[in-house]
Design a protein around this ligand. Structure first.
Ligand code: PEP
Length: 261
């Protein structure tokens, strides 16, 4: 079944407000609206840049969505430093990354918290981009599929098929993030297929076939084509290569070319 491809840029903690506006203006100036026929393009800047970035795309009437990199599951309250789903929704956020490996390893985000965030986002009408992925130790131990699929099951616990369909899963092997060491298309496909099999087991084939599974980990204009050509890879979550307008645009263009094949 044909799923729309997605190219989502995760800027991480990069770009001041002024730099963010310049970068997304550059993206907007070079974006071709027909790419939206078959590719969803998303930019996930730091929280403080969200409104400005959304404003540039909105002003230019560009079919580029904005996503956050994190959220708290409670609607409001004494959670210093946190941001709620309602706050994101009001400033135009349509997506939110949750469970990124940097948040799991550096900030102690647990599977349970990812599940709470996923449910809160769905409640607010924001599509979660749920990151899962194994460390090099897990890969070397030969337990990648079990580890990653357990993360998927935990993230989606208590979520029904209708809601799950609104989510995107991003398979991001930790050893490939920011290292320049990409998973081979075959390695990435194998795990993405295992993720889809898990989703099929949880929700049935119809829902699982409708859900996007992205690959993330040193994706760039040179390797995107081979990765998105795989049956179960529906696009990419991109860090480093999303920080330059030229490479981000090349990624969207390559996804569009693949979708048109
Ligand atoms: C990421 O952080 O989600 C990511 C995939 O980063 P990079 O593309 O730089 O490996």
């Amino acid at each position: 079944m044909a799923r729309r491809l997605m190219i989502a840029g995760n800027w991480k903690m990069n770009n001041t407000y002024a730099e963010a506006v310049v970068l997304c203006q550059h993206i907007s100036n070079n974006f071709c609206k027909e790419w939206d026929d078959c590719v969803d393009t998303v930019v996930c800047p730091p929280a403080i840049d969200l409104k400005g970035v959304w404003g540039v795309f909105e002003f230019d009437n560009m079919p580029i969505s904005v996503g956050a990199q994190n959220v708290h599951w409670e609607p409001s309250g004494a959670f210093t430093g946190e941001i709620s789903t309602g706050m994101l929704k009001e400033i135009g956020c349509q997506y939110c990354i949750i469970g990124h490996s940097e948040r799991r390893t550096l900030f102690g985000e647990t599977n349970e918290q990812v599940n709470l965030k996923l449910k809160a986002l769905l409640e607010a009408g924001i599509a979660p981009i749920v990151c899962v992925g194994e460390s090099l130790e897990v890969r070397d131990a030969g337990t990648t599929d079990e580890f990653v699929c357990a993360q998927v099951r935990a993230a989606f616990a208590g979520v029904d098929a209708g809601k799950a369909k609104q989510c995107v899963v991003a398979y991001e092997p930790i050893w490939a993030i920011g290292t320049g060491r990409t998973a081979t298309p075959e390695q990435a496909q194998e795990v993405c297929a295992a993720i889809r099999a898990t989703l099929t087991d949880m929700y049935g084939a119809e829902a699982a076939e409708a859900m996007r599974v992205l690959y993330g980990g040193s994706m760039n204009p040179g390797n995107v084509e081979a990765l998105v050509a795989q049956d179960d890879i529906d696009g990419g979550l991109i860090g480093g290569a999303a920080l330059k307008a030229e490479s981000f645009i090349d990624l969207v263009k390559a996804a569009y070319a693949q979708a048109r094949k």
